[in-house]
Design a protein around this ligand. Structure first.
Ligand code: PLP
Length: 456
């Protein structure tokens, strides 16, 4: 075979790397795609192919790939104070500033932050904080956590236990104190119920689970405002207010996992604001540094912070890189750009409307059974028959075909089950949204053609 940069990289990769969420054996056989550069919202691979990034990397590069201000901040911080830790009563000036800057954009009533390196560690930290809180307020039996099927909360043992992906649970033993309820997936589960009735029914599953487990044993409910990796599951409008009401009536803490939804994705700073609820804990990561540095954490509501900071001894938890000064420098520069460009407001007032119009119009395609959006999230349900919602092929092969066709046509999107999902950088322009939808339409046409369903 001719030795191109692309296949040299590919062969070297396969020789030494085990990749996350990858079938190792299949990858050894067939390899993948090596990226060598990125600019604005475009990626370049080793064969010089260009792709529009319809996924913001892994839901993190909300401001695109060209942000020299973040690069400068990281470089300067590396020169000034490249590392110090936050253990044992120590801190750094930049870590404090990052916490203050976050508090300025968090919903009201959040005035404390615990830093981690990732979303997974943020959710591990949630469990530790919740257990500690209930111990301190003398309700030590409250240890159980309720989560949802098909949720993704990360991949450490604790975060994966919180997650509800069956493929992950098959490969490890989950924590015994985590329990799951059904996700609010209207397209699959609503049946004849209208949106409001389905929202109430889906939320009722939480109160039924609390009854089953015994209210005095339940510590917290964790959920993503919009379930991202599970297939961009956008809940009925009333779902979250119902859930928040149930949690508050039952003394159960509400954890909003904003690792994807945070920082503008839903059209507000945080997804809980889009759905009008006040959680007790907020997990964040990813777009907090625009993906340029690993940083995550938990924002703690005053009700909990008051107890945690006035009672008890040492909180025996933390990471070597909690509050890493370089990651915090990247975070401050990222928050500066969010503010200077008013990007969240722009998404809410403009970009999301164009996105809804263009993505929503894909419902007219013969193999699209639903085209839903929230902020700059989009999902398409692929079907053979719109009325019966019968899927096109077994094992999600049609959606895989469509995803591959989109990538082949210069557009990065993802497939989850029979759903095609997208979450482009928030800086995407109206014209670029038009191009994204055009490229996706070509992939849908190719899929319909492949299955003999192109009825247009
Ligand atoms: C909602 C949510 N929570 C947590 C995580 C885990 O974050 P990380 O991969 O940074 O550990 C993710 C990752 O995609 C996520 O989508």
């Amino acid at each position: 075979m001719k030795q191109t940069i692309a296949n040299v990289l590919d062969d070297s990769d396969r020789a030494v790397l085990l990749h996350p969420f990858t079938d190792f054996a299949a990858y050894k056989r067939s390899g993948g795609r090596a990226f060598v550069a990125a600019e604005h919202i475009y990626l370049t691979d080793a064969e010089a192919n260009q792709y529009m990034d319809g996924m913001s990397g892994l839901w993190c590069v909300n401001l695109g790939y060209s942000q020299p201000k973040i690069v400068r901040a990281v470089t300067e911080q590396l020169e000034r104070l490249p590392y110090y830790n936050s253990f044992f009563n120590c801190t750094t000036d930049i870590t404090i500033e990052m916490a203050q800057r976050l508090i300025a954009v968090l919903p009201e009533g959040f005035n404390h932050v615990f830093f981690t390196n990732s979303g997974s560690e943020a959710n591990d930290t949630n469990i530790r904080l919740v257990h500690r809180y209930f111990d301190l307020i003398d309700q030590p039996r409250r240890k159980l956590i309720i989560s949802r099927k098909n949720a993704y909360h990360g991949s450490t043992i604790a975060a994966a236990s919180l997650g509800g992906m069956s493929s992950m649970h098959k490969q490890f033993t989950g924590l015994p104190y985590v329990h799951h309820i059904e996700q609010p997936y209207a397209f699959e589960n609503a049946g004849e119920l209208d949106e409001a009735a389905y929202g109430r029914a889906a939320a009722r599953l939480l109160s039924e689970k609390i009854d089953e487990l015994g209210e005095a044993n339940v510590a917290a409910f964790i959920a993503e405002p919009v379930q991202g990796a599970g297939g961009v599951i956008i809940p009925p409008q009333n779902y979250w207010t119902e859930v928040a009401r149930i949690c508050s009536e039952r003394g159960v803490l509400l954890i909003s996992d904003e690792v994807i939804c945070g920082f503008g994705r839903t059209g507000e700073w945080f997804g809980c604001q889009t759905y009008g609820v006040q959680p007790d804990l907020i997990s964040f990561a990813k777009a907090v540094t625009n993906g340029f540095q690993p940083l995550g954490g938990v924002a703690v509501a005053d009700k909990l912070a008051e107890v945690l900071t006035t009672q008890g001894g040492e909180f025996a938890h933390g990471f070597t890189y909690s509050g890493h000064p370089v990651a915090c420098a990247a975070g401050i520069a990222t928050l500066d750009i969010y503010r200077e460009t008013a990007i969240v407001e722009k998404v809410r007032q403009d970009t999301a409307h164009h996105w809804r119009k263009r993505w929503g119009a894909l419902i007219d395609h013969p193999i699209v059974g639903e085209a839903r959006t929230q902020g700059l999230f989009g999902a398409l349900e692929l079907v053979r028959n719109k009325a019966s919602r019968q899927r096109i092929d077994a094992d999600h092969r049609a959606a895989i075909h469509c995803r591959n066709a989109a990538i082949g046509n210069g557009l990065m999107v993802r497939q989850v089950g029979d759903t095609i999902i997208s979450a482009p950088p928030l800086i995407i322009s109206r014209e670029e949204i038009d191009v994204l939808v055009e490229r996706l339409t070509i992939a849908l046409d190719a899929t319909a053609g492949h299955y003999g369903l192109n009825l247009r």
